[in-house]
Design a protein around this ligand. Structure first.
Ligand code: SAM
Length: 285
């Protein structure tokens, strides 16, 4: 066991500093003070962070720490701590480590016995969750789903019977497809799409997955998706109309009906023979 008293000593420490997710007024006085006091700021993107520092008149030395140089940079940052220096880690927006780099250095610093001190601030998922109108606890923050349909459907199947409210980050150009996949695996659950949080065009779309899927092509900006968790009474049955629509789409894209059924059955984790039977029954009904 390791015990850390964050305020016992000054000097070598790693500060994990949250920065605004759009609205600069959400930069806290404590975050500004820490960024001014530390010896070095390690940033995901030094150009972005430079703008933030300029705005708040912060002149601390800035170095790059991102997923492509994480190993080498972690080594260098540990050497700085060994020399008694203090470091702040920031990402482009919100908390470092939350769908952003920082896990490796945090673990290495803890292992090396230096304090790791979080500095509170803005974060997209919590803003989306608390304003979603859905059950707030328990929740599961997933972050970004895999972008390819096959892997994404696999993950969604794993999540299908989780009772927790689910929170995802997603790129705007992938949102429609992701909602379509969720509709197939989860059924038409309640959800909330929160976009451009803390910015001028902040907007919440609260409704069924299908309703939001139908309009999301027109939406731009940064997005968080909050989806209600599995409810035994409501979600037991698979959403067969969504699965049939999926088969029809694959047929329209050029698959034979056999191939389309096989593909949809694999993606939805159901029996190919059973789906074949049900699909043809509904065609003939
Ligand atoms: N570290 C950040 C945090 O603490 O929230 C998340 C960084 S992650 C690379 C970027 C994703 O976060 C975006 O694609 C979007 O899903 C979400 N995000 C960030 N800022 C947002 C905002 N202002 N409104 C909505 N979503 C946002």
């Amino acid at each position: 066991m390791k015990r850390q008293k964050s305020f016992e000593k000054t000097g070598a420490a790693l500060y994990l500093v949250a920065t605004p997710i759009g609205n600069l007024e959400e930069m806290t006085p404590r975050a500004i003070a820490v960024l001014k006091q530390v010896d070095v700021i390690a940033a995901e993107d030094t150009r972005n962070t430079r703008k933030l520092l300029t705005h708040f008149d912060i002149h601390t030395k800035l170095i790059a720490h991102h997923k492509y140089n994480e190993a080498a940079s972690t080594h260098g940052l540990l050497e700085l701590l060994d020399a008694g220096k203090s470091i702040a880690l920031v990402s482009d927006a919100g908390y470092p480590l939350i769908s952003d780099p920082g896990e490796r250095i945090t673990k290495a610093v803890i292992d090396a016995g230096y304090p790791v001190i979080p500095i509170s601030g803005a974060n997209a998922m919590l803003n989306a969750l608390v304003a979603s109108g859905l059950v707030t606890q328990p929740f599961l923050f997933y972050g970004f789903l895999p972008s390819h349909t096959k892997e994404q459907m696999k993950e969604l199947q794993l999540l299908r019977e989780y009772p927790q409210t689910l929170i995802f980050y997603e790129a705007p150009h992938r949102m429609e497809k992701t909602l379509d996949n969720m509709l197939t695996v989860f059924g038409d659950r309640e959800c909330c799409l929160a976009r451009e949080l803390t910015k001028r065009h902040e907007e919440f779309l609260r409704g069924q997955i299908s309703e939001i899927r139908d309009v999301c092509e027109t939406l731009r900006g940064e997005m968080v998706l909050v989806v209600s968790g599995y409810q035994k009474e409501k979600d037991q049955a698979l959403d067969m109309p969504a699965i049939y629509a999926r088969i029809d789409r694959y047929i329209n894209e050029g698959c034979s009906s056999k191939e389309a059924i096989k593909k949809a059955a694999t993606e939805c984790g159901i029996s190919k023979n059973e789906l074949y039977k049900q699909y043809h029954e509904q065609l003939n009904s």
